[in-house]
Design a protein around this ligand. Structure first.
Ligand SMILES: [Zn+2]
Length: 389
């Protein structure tokens, strides 16, 4: 599927001029016959919204800013953590603890002070999404969770804006352009239903190769620029899959679903829904807070403290007395778990250990608890000598 006319109105382009500084800054664009002064003016008048200033958002907005996109909007609610720096190049070591939007603004200002930045501090939600997205020509989805992906896709369908999708998982990544108004599918055409809650781990749980979001985020930036300039064949109707281990790109054809509840012939969803509810939350499991664990340990209560992280994580940081059985080995090592006394399970932040609690419940164990916030909460609230990672 080819999309070869620019998504930017001619009228807006004609109102824009480049300064002498900009002509010099963008000279490698200006000499390209496919871009020229006109294309650069098109970039200057364009407005791109990026949801998330993390692994995908970092390369996407760094390059879009350098390329001369006139207005960049960023939505993010988080602060910079040390573990972000392995892949989120918008942020530096001295930014740890700052809101991501502040470090992103400083970095982008340094790359290209001509870019007008609009910072939307907070989460992208059903309540604010339509208003936030309204002034932009194209949306880059750099989010890492299903509720936000459905929301950003739906809002783009309602507002007839292209939604440039990207996702990463360990060594694999994928990207495409959702834009039913240009002939392609939307996210819901592909995935009418979200996967069962708790079955798909995120980067924090599964890990991601640091460079990978760089590749995918840059693909998203290239697609945005092509849509703005009206150049080439966009990823409309194609899912590009990248396998970093095999170093292979593969392509899958995507089709619009005429029955799609959002972009189909008879849409049933015409405004944002409750995406948290739609994507479901995993069944809650019994939990105990870290202070309660400390009390139980100090009182010498009979309990098994089970650590379901990976051995390298155990090497990095551990709670004294914890027994290590990585989550993947748990189903075959149930005989090592004593059924008298409480079993308290922990991982890094509490997601894997919640799976482990459900697994033990299914195997007939009782008095099994998830340690709220995992070893990370233990280091933060109880024992700072346990390293955080
Ligand atoms: Zn659709």
């Amino acid at each position: 599927m080819i999309q070869s006319s620019s998504i930017i109105d001619e009228e807006r382009v004609s109102e824009v001029k480049l300064t002498a500084e900009e002509r010099s800054r963008y000279s490698r664009h200006l000499i390209m016959p496919e871009v020229t002064l006109e294309g650069q003016r098109r970039l200057k008048t364009s407005r791109v919204l990026c949801i998330g200033a993390g692994g995908l958002g970092s390369p996407a907005v760094l390059y879009l800013a350098a390329a001369g996109v006139g207005r960049l909007g960023l939505v993010d609610a988080d602060r910079v953590e040390l573990s972000n720096l392995q892949r989120q190049l918008l942020h530096g070591t001295t930014d740890v603890g700052r809101p991501k939007l502040e470090s992103a603004r400083d970095r982008i200002r340094e790359i290209n002070p001509n870019v007008e930045m609009h910072l939307h501090q907070g989460r992208f939600t059903s309540e604010n999404a339509i208003e936030i997205a309204a002034p932009y020509d194209v949306v880059i989805d750099g989010s890492d969770n299903f509720p936000t992906r459905y929301l950003s896709s739906d809002v783009c369908v309602f507002a007839r804006k292209p939604n440039i999708y990207g996702s990463v998982f360990r060594f694999d990544g994928q990207a495409t352009v959702f834009a039913p108004h240009l002939g392609g599918p939307c996210y819901r055409c592909l995935f009418p239903e979200p996967p069962p809650a708790g079955t798909v781990p995120n980067c924090a749980e599964a890990g991601v190769l640091g460079v990978l979001p760089g590749v995918i985020g840059m693909l998203q930036a290239i697609e945005a620029i092509k849509l703005i300039l009206g150049l080439g064949d966009s990823l409309l109707g194609r899912l590009l899959h990248f396998d970093a281990l095999k170093m292979k790109f593969r392509e899958f054809k995507l089709r619009r679903d005429p029955q799609c509840p959002v972009c189909g012939e008879e849409p049933t969803i015409r405004e944002p829904i409750d995406y948290e509810q739609f994507c479901g939350s995993p069944e809650p499991v019994p939990e105990i807070p870290v202070a309660e664990l400390k009390r139980k340990l100090e009182a010498g209560e009979a309990l098994l403290l089970l650590d379901v992280r990976e051995p390298y994580e155990y090497e990095t940081a551990r709670i004294d007395g914890a027994k290590l059985i990585p989550l993947g080995e748990l189903p075959t090592r149930l005989s090592e778990i004593s059924s008298d006394g409480d079993v308290v399970i922990h991982c890094h932040s509490g997601v894997r250990s919640a799976h482990a609690v459900r697994l033990l419940h299914q195997a007939g164990f009782q008095n099994v608890y998830n340690l709220t916030g995992g070893i990370d909460a233990w280091s933060e609230e109880i024992d700072p000598s346990v390293p955080r990672y």
